[in-house]
Write a protein that binds this ligand. Structure first.
Ligand code: NAD
Ligand code: SER
Length: 318
């Protein structure tokens, strides 16, 4: 039986991963934590929750000891645009937070899942079908923390034998908790705006190609990787994963299949455009497919249909 600790549980991924983990392993066996204690009352009240800063290794160690935790899903972090606005805080949260989790994992013998990102690549990496193993010279502080995190997790694995694993997520599309402070947030906001106003003003240029993934596939990736046979894992901490590739113009065209009057316009945010320009146009995720049978279900049409249905029903109070 697994006993799991989740950090950053009230964020975009955590709020849905928490529910999936609890369905799979039991409510009392999945302890969720976040630095804040507001925003998702239903989740906070649905099972064990602690307000805890992931940089506080003593508090983390107490929770891990009290609940006999054997696996930590470490999601607490600052995303790309927020990080760029406050690089010092981004380093502190993303690196010192991970360090504290890894130290607790080393002492208490826990496995650790940590997401990296397409942001771990920089402008000198191959742009199209960016390989699993290639040059990584990110130009954003977010990317710098993500590459550092990948290396730190590798180090804790080969030096101390900590069972560290992780994926490089592309932009994540979801309908429960809004993304906050990322460059790929537009790909979620566009669906909310399509349902509400039938129009959306995008902060990235219409021909900016990035990889994306729908939340059910993102969750499946995390759980399947953590359950994979360790003997088959050659990469461990930074598997490229992707499910679809599109630009804002493509996404708008797919939305028009269901809302023909939908219109998109552009008001470019130079900071987020520069971040997107420095990242891969698309990722090659062969290693994940071979080493732990990564196989996403949702493409752009399936996501569009599902997101619009969920948001439409919500707006009608269903
Ligand atoms: P998010 O910003 O939605 O959630 C992060 C959560 O961490 C928030 O609830 C926040 O309150 C919490 N947090 C912040 N500082 C904390 C601290 N010091 N201690 C404890 N909790 C703290 O982020 P997300 O989208 O859920 O991302 C989770 C992870 O996945 C991050 O590592 C992120 O880099 C990675 N990732 C996300 C995406 C994406 O599109 N969402 C893509 C690639 C990688
Ligand atoms: N979706 C994330 C961001 O835009 C990428 O890691 O910051």
């Amino acid at each position: 039986m697994k006993n799991i600790l989740l950090t950053g549980a009230l964020g975009q991924i955590g709020s849905e991963l928490a529910v999936s983990l609890r369905e799979r392993y039991g409510i009392e066996n999945v302890i969720i934590t976040d630095i804040k204690a507001d925003g998702n009352k239903e989740l906070i009240e649905s099972g064990p929750f602690y307000q805890c800063d992931c940089r506080d290794s003593k508090a983390l160690a107490d929770i891990v000891g009290r609940h006999k935790i054997d696996t930590i899903y470490h999601l607490a972090a600052l995303l790309s645009a927020v990080a760029e606005a406050n690089p010092q805080k981004a380093w502190d949260v993303n690196i010192n937070g991970l360090y504290s989790v890894l130290e607790v994992a080393r002492e208490k013998h826990c496995a650790v899942f940590t997401p990296s990102s397409i942001g771990a690549f920089g402008p000198t990496a191959p742009k199209d079908y960016t390989p699993q193993d290639t040059i990584q010279r990110p130009t954003s502080i977010y990317g710098v923390t993500k590459v550092t995190g990948e290396l730190l997790c590798d180090y804790y694995n080969h030096k101390y034998g900590v069972d560290t694993r992780g994926v490089r997520y592309p932009g994540i599309i979801s309908s429960v908790t809004s993304p906050s402070g990322g460059t790929t947030d537009y790909a979620v906001h566009i669906y909310y705006a399509a349902v509400k106003q039938k129009r959306y003003t995008c902060f990235l240029k219409g021909d900016t190609y990035l990889d994306m993934i729908y939340m059910p596939d993102a969750i499946k990736a995390a759980i399947n990787l953590m359950e994979a046979d360790p003997n088959k894992l050659r990469h461990r901490n930074a598997f490229n994963v992707s499910a679809m590739n599109f630009c804002p113009e493509d996404q708008a065209a797919y939305i028009r299949r269901y809302i023909p009057e939908f219109e998109i316009s552009y008001n470019i945010d130079p900071v987020r455009q520069a971040l997107a320009n420095s990242w891969p146009n698309s990722l090659e995720d062969y290693a994940a497919r071979v080493e732990w049978e990564w196989n996403p279900e949702y493409d752009l049409d399936a996501v569009t249909k599902d997101m619009l249905k969920i948001l439409q029903e919500r707006s009608e109070g269903k």
